[in-house]
Ligand binder design. Structure first.
Ligand code: PLP
Length: 400
């Protein structure tokens, strides 16, 4: 996944142009900036690559999620359905708006289970937020059907699956609004940054204004601009956007490398009796940022991850025990351990959710191992990795 492995001359050249002009901010200073508009160019490149009418960049993926939901009118007391397996950013963004995260089971796609989503809908539900974890996607067709039926906004978190697609559409463009992260460990990076894409003109305009204190961006004098609604500052800087601009031009090359490495690794394990691959919904193409598979039991999965890392197959994860990505370790959310007071609405609804169990999620997560696909490996390194991967797994599978 990490674009940082490929930081080089292109990125340096883009950053150098910003340094030479001295305009580190994306708005204003038209005369000084010598025609350099890195954030704008990055947005054009993102919209074009993702085949959407609009794209807007912000300071992080978490900011993109927050701004996306704010732009869709989500606020205090609204419920947002999200999966039990995701990064903590998902519920952070929901809570930042005073909205309420409603956790829902995942299935063998490692993303939202559509049947469980429909069951979780209440009068307060405003959005469904599938998270395309570890390079592959949710069953977007079913989720879109549900969102259409109940008039909910479909917000795709494509932070870990940029460049994948569903039914021919780039991930992030299938729902109403899609979000990306360009943090340091994502497939393409800005250092820190994020982006959102949409075909909805209102959502885009809201995002453009909201992420810059509500500025309407009309005219050429920032001080004279008006503020049609409340906003915040989630701006990306020109320096960060410059890195992203170089990286997005390389996205398809990165994806080709990931796919090639993925194919070599998957070929070494797919015929092992006892190994099942994570299900990719029909019509989906992964971005190949991770190889995800199931072992027959929880003990075997935990053991496999430990032994893989010990044998030098690094960057393999057992998310079930991980502090950041799985609901069992989100005590701070479940107990609402907040620095300041939390609204009564959130308290009440989180309390109602306490003690819920997620049998399907635990069933699949407990048996999942995910191995990161890196860009910088040589072909020899991938071959070596493939053979170690299969021999370690074959050994673990022998033991019951
Ligand atoms: C990285 C990530 C985010 C947050 O992105 P940041 O840029 O780090 O704020 C959100 N969701 C998922 C699934 C992520 O992997």
């Amino acid at each position: 996944m990490p674009g940082f492995e490929m930081f080089g001359a292109l990125e340096r050249a883009e950053v150098q142009e910003v340094l030479d002009s001295g305009v580190l901010m994306r708005y204003g200073f038209d005369g000084m900036r010598k025609g350099h508009w890195k954030a704008k160019e990055l947005e054009q490149a993102l919209a074009s690559r993702m085949q959407t009418t609009y794209a807007h960049t912000v300071s992080s993926g978490t900011a993109a999620l927050t701004v996306a939901m704010a732009s869709a009118g989500i606020g205090a007391g609204d419920e947002v359905i999200m999966p039990t397996f995701t990064f903590v950013a998902s519920f952070e963004a929901v809570l930042a708006l005073g909205a309420i995260p409603v956790l829902v089971d995942i299935d063998d796609t490692l993303t939202l289970e559509p049947g469980a989503v429909e069951k979780a809908i209440t009068e307060q539900t405003k959005a469904v937020m599938p998270v395309h974890m570890c390079g592959s996607m949710a069953d977007l067709k079913s989720l879109k059907g549900i969102c259409d039926k109940y008039e909910l906004t479909l917000v795709e978190d494509a932070c870990q699956a940029i460049g994948g697609s569903f039914e021919g559409k780039p991930l992030g463009s299938y729902g109403d609004i899609g979000c990306f992260s360009f943090d340091f460990v994502k497939t393409i990076t800005c250092g820190e940054g994020g982006g959102l894409i949409t075909n909805n003109k209102d959502f885009y305009t809201h995002a453009d204004h909201y992420s810059d204190h509500g500025h309407d961006h009309i005219g050429k004098d920032r001080g004279a601009e008006t503020h049609p609604f409340l906003g915040y500052n989630y701006r990306i800087s020109e320096l960060h956007a410059a890195v992203g601009l170089a990286q997005i031009k390389r996205l398809d090359d990165f994806l080709d490398i990931q796919e090639k490495h993925y194919n070599m690794l998957v070929a070494s394990i797919e015929n092992l009796d006892g190994i099942t691959l994570r299900r990719v919904p029909e019509g989906g193409v992964q971005n190949y940022s991770f190889l995800n598979f199931f072992l027959p039991t929880e003990n075997q999965a935990r053991k496999a991850q430990k032994e893989l890392v010990a044998a030098g197959v690094d960057a393999c994860f057992y998310w079930f025990d991980n502090n950041w990505h799985y609901h069992t370790k989100w005590d701070h959310l479940k107990g609402l351990q907040s620095l300041g007071p939390v609204s009564d609405q959130i308290k009440k609804r989180m309390k109602q959710q306490s003690g819920r169990t997620f049998i399907s999620s635990d069933h699949w997560m407990g048996r999942t191992v995910s191995c990161l696909i890196k860009l910088s490996w040589t072909e020899e390194e991938v071959s070596q990795r493939a053979s170690t991967l299969s021999s370690v797994l074959a050994n673990v599978l022998k033991e019951v």
